[in-house]
Design a protein around this ligand. Sequence first.
Ligand SMILES: *Cc1c(COP(=O)(O)O)cnc(C)c1O
Length: 380
Amino acid sequence: MTARKSELLAKKESGPDNPYLLLTPGPLSTSPSVRAAMLRDWCTWDDDYNQLVQSIRRRLVSLAAAKPDGYTSVLMQGSGTFCVEAVISSAVPKDGKLLVLTNGAYGDRIAKIASVHGIPMVRMAFGEMEPVNPDSLAEKLEQDTAITHVAVIHCETTTGMLNPLEQIAHVVKRFNKILIVDAMSSFGGIPLDAAELGADFLVSSANKCIQGVPGFGFVIAKTASLEACKGQARSLSLDLYDQWETMEKHDGKWRYTSPTHTVRAFYQALVELEEEGGVGARNKRYADNQRLLVEGMEGLGFSCLLPARWQSPIITSFRYPDHPEFRFETFYERLKQAGFVIYPGKISQAETFRIGNIGEVYAEDIERLVQAVKANMYWR
Ligand SMILES: *Cc1c(COP(=O)(O)O)cnc(C)c1O
């Protein structure tokens, strides 16, 4: 296929109202049926709407754990960060101490949240190009016995690094600490079992691997750990316990105005995840996308930032090509014209850009993207 033809096809397939495919890990490209689900209004206190909310909460818990007993879920207005902040500022008591494991911008953000709220915190930084090391974590927990809570990012979207969550959880549970997992960019796209991990709080949002539109996030929590948050919140709007208690007692009611259209779209996205075959099938599609992307890009002379063994199937960082005429801004604009939006890099140690492959994105899209990259490597 000629490059021009593939560009035209890209425009056609991304649809008249969507001039490009978002290869950005949230918000991401959604299906036409998810977008169509938003075309009606809902009353926030009516039973129809609250039953939708309850069904979403139940579905989330069953997605998170094969044996969901003892787990519950709560939805929270805002972007994913609002949910992370709700958990951090509600879960750590006054006399608690949070250990934040960081190897990218999202880990740093958790540390910043803790510092804004004046929460006693210690941080272990592994550098942007190294995964969290479970052995160093064990040493830290051995040495600093004041630590009560440990927060970690599952897939560090900054680089695409997948942290070894199972080993990390194992260490945290061996030391009997509360485990908080930012699974924002992995939940629904990478199989995980909160109950097997012993995770106390697992956070994600509507516009990542479940493939909904932005507007709210959610927390899957051990019921007992959530109950322990009562009266601990440092903020009214982000009081995780209060939000949960209202949803429980009033059968799906949110405390304040909820993003009704987004919630309805999310319900549709959950149905479509099921229709696709669940998290396993979605993971396979993302992994296939990622493999095709790397093969194609490497074929054009690009190289990946991370070694394959640490690379997630969610988003991939590529180094700038070693050519004096490469300008990211031009490359970005040309790809956008061709129907694909990519992501700038976010790390300080190397010049990179990122390409996400989650969302309503299939092998054919990645093949077209690689053709578009080839046609727009203007410095060649
Ligand atoms: C997307 C994301 C968040 C939340 O970002 P928002 O912009 O607030 O939605 C948090 N952590 C990770 C790892 C993410 O990928």
